[in-house]
Design a protein around this ligand. Structure first.
Ligand code: B12
Ligand code: SF4
Length: 560
């Protein structure tokens, strides 16, 4: 046995009595602001809340605490304090004195942060067991980059980790002699190589899982520090929460990690269980808006109808959304009608491409005739705000194919079109194929600003081709979402104004958004606000040739 093992197991006692679960931040430090008008996203660490609930149910003798470093950083910034992740984590550790720290990393953007925090913990508390988990980490373990974790990990729990994590703690506490669904970085903690079993354990009947530990985080107050997607469709003072009611998705798109992470097919909570969770959130935590983060919420029409009927019967003052996206093919008039009636304010739809060949290649469960029908269907239900998501720059996509995406986006008449540049994510079919072919730049998705075209300049690709795709995407973003915005043109001016206000809050020098606000305010007869917006346009373009050029490119004249 190595020295750490001797220290850990020497008295024959339980090693792990206290567990601290840390949610890694998902933002760049320099994007944190003291301006409370700027809304960060405040998704609760749902994965950690499931793990906490499992520990409380299965390992009652263990003390478990969640530290949502993402939310705590925003709180600190709003309070005017400087944000130092290492200090924050070490002071929480000193206070709680855990034996095991679990780090959650879901996105590429959080990886370097988790790495830094983990290395700091390793250095300051060498005896502490460090366990990693989350979608991005699982992807990394399955690829060539797994050594990157060695400097700050004893174990990584793979995939959905409720049973893997509980099993690992039992193992460390000498309560079982096998490990499953775990990658061992520190072999010293493996008592016998034969203890490590291959494969993973998937919870087939998800209703057997406990409800997430809603009380482990400050759910009720998180809305004071930020928003969830679809925020423009609800008042700013609504307490927010998320729920996951489905694991997996019936589709298997090549760019998406869901199939490899959650397995094939769909495992659903019963409608009764979903309604029970909603009851708890509403009655015990005062939640007034729920965002379902499911990958395939509407997989079962029957279940969706039961949930909407249950909500209608409850007459709660509650709205809900499906920010992560639903499959267009699963929607019907009846479903949309009931969704709206039961308080659904917003959903997003993954369209991805307007080119039939690309749709086939990425295995999107969508064809252009289906899309045309879907657009007609959506026009009949304008009460619900919908965002259409597109991906540009798929590997080997031609300019003609890309143009078809922009053409389709223009005909979608969506409330908003979100364009993201393709970034192959670890352990997706696309990533693995590209890796096999030694494609340059795979896995380069590491900064927080890499992805979004919505409001900021987003990524600036170095390669010429990447830059061209970026410029083109940005042009169509301005054209479709701003210049030709169907809501601004008269369909729902209030809705358009809220969107542009949101953009100017995040990106104060977005001259195009100010220009659209000027037009929108005037249509709403808010003349003073219009004047203010117009002044901002002029102020920005005086100093910024970039925006002047954009106005020219899009043939938009600036009002005096
Ligand atoms: C909600 C959501 C968001 C929210 C933020 C959520 C949050 N809490 O931070 C928002 C909208 C901001 C978001 C943004 C993005 N997202 Co997102 N998002 C999700 C979504 C839909 C749900 C997450 C969730 O709550 N899941 C439910 C919980 C229960 O599962 P879980 O977190 O995975 O936790 C389990 C395991 O991972 C594991 N685990 C997790 N942590 C830990 C820690 C330890 C110690 C252990 C042992 C185990 C463990 O156990 C948990 C229980 O089973 C997932 C898809 C999905 N269905 O999971 C995508 C997903 C995580 N997002 C993804 C992506 C790509 C993005 C974006 C890059 C999209 C874009 N193009 O802009 C951005 C990135 C933002 C950034 N700053 O980098 C990918 C991540 C893939 C990857 N390898 O990076 C996912 C998987 C979607 C997909 N299928 O491709 N997202
Ligand atoms: S439909 Fe959406 S969630 Fe399902 S596999 Fe495709 S991208 Fe992933």
């Amino acid at each position: 046995m190595g020295w750490r093992t001797q220290m850990l197991w020497s008295d024959g006692n339980m090693l792990i009595k206290k567990v601290l679960l840390i949610g890694s931040p998902r933002m760049a430090l320099d994007s944190l602001t003291t301006d409370a008008n700027i809304s960060h996203e405040v998704y609760p660490p749902l994965g950690l809340m499931y793990l906490s609930a499992m520990i409380k149910r299965e390992l009652v003798e263990i003390d478990v605490v969640i530290y949502d470093l993402h939310l705590e950083s925003i709180k600190a910034a709003y309070a005017g304090q400087s944000v130092d992740w290492s200090k924050m984590v070490t002071s929480r550790i000193d206070e709680f004195q855990p034996d095991l720290v679990g780090l959650s990393t879901m996105f590429g953007a959080s990886f370097s942060i988790a790495e830094k925090i983990g290395q700091e913990i390793r250095q300051k508390y060498p005896q502490m067991v460090i366990v990693n988990g989350g979608v991005h980490i699982t992807g990394i373990i399955k690829t060539r980059d797994k050594e990157k974790l060695n400097s700050f990990s004893d174990f990584t729990c793979l995939n959905e980790a409720e049973s893997h994590f509980v099993g690992l703690i039992r193992y460390l506490n000498l309560q079982q002699d096998f490990l499953k669904g775990v990658y061992v970085h520190n072999r010293v903690l493996l008592r016998d190589a034969a203890h490590l079993l291959p494969g993973i354990e998937t919870v087939e009947d998800v209703d057997t899982l406990p409800m997430p530990d809603f009380g482990a985080v400050d759910l009720h107050n998180s809305y004071k520090y930020g928003i969830l997607s679809g925020a423009q469709t609800i008042p700013r003072d609504k307490p927010l929460a998320t729920l996951l009611t489905v694991r997996g998705c019936i589709a298997r798109c090549t760019f998406c990690s869901v199939v490899n992470f959650n397995g094939a097919g769909v495992r659903m909570h019963s409608s009764q269980r979903v309604l029970e969770e909603i009851d708890v959130l509403y009655n015990e935590h005062g939640i007034r808006h729920i965002d379902f983060v499911d990958d395939d919420f509407t997989h079962s029409k029957q279940r969706t109808l039961e949930i909407t009927q249950g909500l209608i019967a409850r007459k709660y003052d509650l709205t809900w959304s499906i920010g992560n996206g639903i499959r267009l093919g699963s929607l019907t008039d009846e479903l949309l009608q009931k969704m709206a009636e039961s308080g659904c304010t917003y959903f997003s739809l993954g369209i991805e491409s307007g080119d039939p060949e690309i749709l086939k290649k990425i295995r999107k469960p969508l064809t252009l005739p289906m899309l045309r029908k879907g657009i007609e269907l959506l026009q009949r239900h304008p009460q619900i705000y919908y965002r259409a998501n597109f991906i540009t720059g798929f590997p080997e996509e031609t300019m003609e194919q890309l143009q078809r995406t922009f053409d389709v986006a223009a005909t979608m008449q969506a409330d908003w079109c979100l364009f993201s540049m393709c970034k192959p994510l670890p352990d997706t079919e696309m990533y693995n194929d590209l890796l096999e072919n030694n494609y340059e730049g795979v896995g380069n998705n590491s900064t927080a600003n890499d992805y979004s075209f919505q409001t900021t300049m987003g990524m600036l690709a170095n390669e010429e081709e990447g830059k061209h795709i970026f410029d083109l995407t940005y042009y169509y973003n301005l054209k479709i979402n701003f210049r030709d915005n169907p809501n601004l043109r008269g369909r729902n001016v209030e809705r358009a104004v809220k969107d542009f206000e949101r953009v100017t809050k995040i990106s104060q020098n977005h001259a195009f958004a100010w220009h659209c606000l000027d037009l929108g305010y005037r249509k709403l007869n808010r003349l003073q606000d219009a004047e203010y917006a117009r002044r901002n346009v002029h102020k920005i373009i005086e100093n910024d040739l970039f925006w002047l050029k954009k106005f020219e490119e899009l043939e938009v004249s600036i009002s005096n």
